[in-house]
Design a protein around this ligand. Structure first.
Ligand code: IPM
Ligand code: MG
Length: 375
């Protein structure tokens, strides 16, 4: 029997291409795993009204972790229009399967390292090495939303003096998305950021929020961070507002190290950080819970490149590296990262985003090159 059982979730669009690339490298490393294919993605939404079928959830529960490609996400109304005719007007509502997975399996931590590998022509600077800890189940993406607003909720809200200006619009003309954050959620994500900083000898932890405006939720995050920081006197805690850090990261990204944020702000800064080290073609991510984890590159499904083997597989390969780390295979992780770094540095084989002169290589050719280097 194989050492690991990995749920194999290509999803759709270029998710399928980059997962094929991952497989080339995993096989070259003789990684001892059984891969269990699962149904997830846009086609299942269209044909069954569920992008993450229950059978997939059941399968995941029998595996050690999941490797995931990408998935198409569309707003509610556009999604409803693409349902098979027999499923329309049944009140089915599209919900992003990756967000659902994070919540169902309580994958509370989204780890997103963004490192400028030497030789990457897309690096903003070569001395950037950032790690984002994004809270993954609460906050603005916690899913507690209303439109129209139910009467009981509306009445309760109206007790708040600031509701005065909204009341006149009436229930049907108001939409409400909440930002609910727990002390436990804040504490857990901040502590993980500090633990990471401590074990990896990092210089600082920056908590990103907006407590001057979001006084209760942002306030809870920052106050909790200050409490946790007391347990790590050797690591300075910096505080930054989300808007200001978007500017500072462009001016002086090399000053930052470990960043920690609530779900939406973490989503925003992780794309910003990715942009500094070559873009989404290099951005890897791990959704980590207490017992389970789902590894996915930060990029989406890029439907326009579907099946063209055009996109950069490095994000996916670095995601596999995160999976090795989590499984407790540091030697495999190191070997893979070194191979990725070497191919980037040599610069002779690369996809269209990095190779401006000459013919760009395909997703799979880049994977083959990495596979050669890990051998
Ligand atoms: C990400 C993506 C997702 C998110 C989307 C596709 C739901 O942007 O993983 O960063 O917002 O979490
Ligand atoms: Mg995102």
């Amino acid at each position: 029997m194989a050492k690991y059982k990995i749920a194999w979730m290509p999803g759709d669009g270029v998710g399928k291409d980059v997962m094929e690339a991952a497989r080339i490298v995993l096989d070259a490393m003789s990684f001892d795993a059984q891969y269990v294919p699962t149904d997830i993605g846009w086609e299942f939404w269209c044909s069954e009204g569920e992008a993450l079928p229950q059978r997939t959830i059941d399968t995941l529960k029998t595996t050690d972790c999941a490797l995931f490609g990408a998935i198409t996400s569309k707003p509610r109304d556009e999604a409803a229009e693409e349902l098979a005719p027999a499923l329309r007007d049944k009140g089915l509502v599209y919900f992003s399967p990756i967000v659902k997975l994070r919540q169902l399996f309580n994958l509370h931590t989204n780890l997103r390292p963004c490192k400028a590998y030497p030789g990457n022509p897309l690096n903003y600077r070569d001395d950037i090495d950032l790690v984002v800890f994004r809270e993954n189940t609460e906050g603005m993406y916690g899913g507690v939303e209303f439109h129209p607003i139910p009467e009981g909720v509306f009445d309760a809200l109206c007790a708040h003096p600031k509701m005065e200006k909204f009341r006149q619009h009436g229930l049907d003309n108001l939409a409400l998305s909440t930002r609910i954050m727990s002390r436990k959620g804040c504490e857990s994500i901040v502590r993980q950021a500090f633990e990471f900083a401590k074990t990896h000898n990092r210089r600082s932890v920056t908590v990103v929020d907006k407590p001057n405006v979001l006084r209760e939720t942002g306030g809870l995050m920052v106050r909790t961070a200050r409490e946790v920081a007391k347990d790590y006197p050797e690591i300075p805690l910096w505080e930054a507002n989300i808007d200001a850090i978007c500017m500072w990261m462009i001016k002086n990204p090399q000053d930052y190290d470990v960043l920690v944020a609530e779900n939406m702000f973490g989503d925003i800064i992780s794309d910003l950080c990715a942009g500094l080290v070559g873009g989404l073609g290099f951005a890897c991510a791990a959704n980590i819970g207490d017992e389970y984890a789902v590894f996915e590159p930060t990029h989406g499904s890029a439907p326009k490149y579907d099946g063209q083997y055009k996109v950069n597989p490095m994000a996916m390969l670095l995601t596999v590296k995160l999976m090795f780390d989590w499984l407790g295979e540091p030697e495999m992780a190191q070997r893979l990262e070194a191979a990725v770094a070497r191919v980037i540095n040599e610069g002779t084989v690369g996809t269209y985003d990095v190779k401006k002169d000459g013919t760009p290589n395909t997703t799979l050719e880049v994977a083959e090159e990495v596979a050669k280097c890990v051998g």
